[in-house]
Design a protein around this ligand. Structure first.
Ligand code: AFP
Length: 343
């Protein structure tokens, strides 16, 4: 598809007459419609002072803001309008049937990053599109079963990052006419990087291997990794993921020793799986620290997982650090004289 192609033409051309592809396209249209509405709602900021108000806790015990609830309502209403069969949302304890007989189900974090909403940081709607097949839950399957995935980013520009399993493409909302247009196709992430994203305030809670990796990044050119690293941490998954799509890097949020964080903070169904599909379609990798995210069995809707994703070689490097906590760069028997990989 040519740069500048509209989302409607792009999806209709891809779907053709195939019933399942048409159902996937309808789900993406719903998320685009909800995204345009949410871009406006988020864009109101403090003009709607109650947006940031805590109104309760979601299923995982996370504080729930008024805007989280509103975002959930907007996304679910759009999915129902477009004939999506079922929805599972971070903001609802249980999955919900929307359209009996619908061919696809959508798992979503309607507004990821909302704890930042008062600070005007980019936030987003993350989505995973799965097949509805028979009576079994469409959600309790490994992420490799996804038909499509992506996220809408509400930032200086409103983007849809989308993969249909044939690469990852990016659309931007043209505010002059309210249409999403293709601005980047078949995005690729370089296998090497010198930029990592982690919440370093959790250092004391990390396992030894992760501490070793970050220590070696901080050691820079004179350390085992023999290069100077830069660090970023937005605290909004879609913002960090957008940066990695744009200029490479890795994101790390493995499990740690804090209560409730043994299996990480992020949810596999509607955060890690969709991001992992997007990243793998760019030639990157996504693991829980050591295991491929898309291979992990999903047994609960709000199941948590560690998440490391981005530049393929760096994700592999991190996996070796985590699996071999006794290693320290080039003095480990696992690694050649030039650090992790023989030159
Ligand atoms: P909120 O949706 O509660 O803001 O959480 C955002 C998030 O799930 C993800 O978007 C960030 O990468 C991560 O949490 C940030 O976690 P920390 O606040 O522990 O750094």
């Amino acid at each position: 598809m040519a740069i500048g192609t509209g989302l409607t033409e792009y999806l209709e051309s891809w779907a053709g007459g195939d019933a399942v592809r048409k159902a996937v396209a309808e789900a993406v249209f719903a998320l685009a419609e909800a995204g345009i509405e949410l871009a406006g709602v988020c864009g109101q900021g403090a003009i709607n002072p109650d947006q940031g108000a805590i109104v309760g806790n979601n299923s995982g015990g996370d504080a729930q803001k008024a805007l989280d609830v509103r975002s959930h309502e907007i996304v679910v209403a759009a999915l129902r309008r477009r004939g999506v069969g079922m929805v599972a949302s971070e903001e609802a304890d249980e999955a919900e049937v929307l359209t009996p007989g619908g061919l696809v189900a959508v798992a979503t974090d309607p507004l990821d990053g909302s704890s930042n909403i008062d600070t005007n940081v980019s936030v987003g709607t993350i989505f995973s599109i799965l097949p509805v097949e028979g009576e079994a839950s469409p959600f309790l399957v490994p992420g490799s079963r996804q038909l499509a995935a992506g996220f809408v980013v509400y930032g200086p520009h409103t983007d849809i990052v989308l993969t249909l399993g044939e690469g990852t493409d990016i659309f931007t909302l043209d505010r002059s006419n309210g249409a999403f247009v293709l601005v980047a196709e078949k995005v690729s992430i370089a296998p090497e990087t010198a930029e990592y994203a982690v919440n370093a305030s959790n250092y004391r809670h990390w396992a030894a291997g992760l501490r070793n990796y970050v220590d070696d990044c901080l050691a820079g050119k004179d350390g085992p990794l023999e290069k100077n690293y830069n660090m970023r941490w937005v605290g909004s998954l879609v913002a960090d993921a957008s940066r990695i799509l744009s200029r490479g890097g890795v994101f790390l949020y493995p499990g740690d020793a804090r209560k409730g964080y043994t299996h990480g903070r992020l949810r596999i169904l509607y955060e890690a799986n969709p991001v992992a599909m997007v990243i793998e379609q760019c030639g990157g990798k996504a693991t829980d620290g050591t295991q491929r995210i898309l291979d992990i069995d999903v047994t609960e809707l709000h199941q948590r997982t560690g998440l490391v994703f981005g530049a393929a070689s760096e994700v592999e490097r991190i996996g070796l650090y985590i699996a071999n906590p006794e290693r320290r760069g080039e003095d480990s028997p696992l690694f050649g004289s030039r650090g992790l990989f023989m030159s």
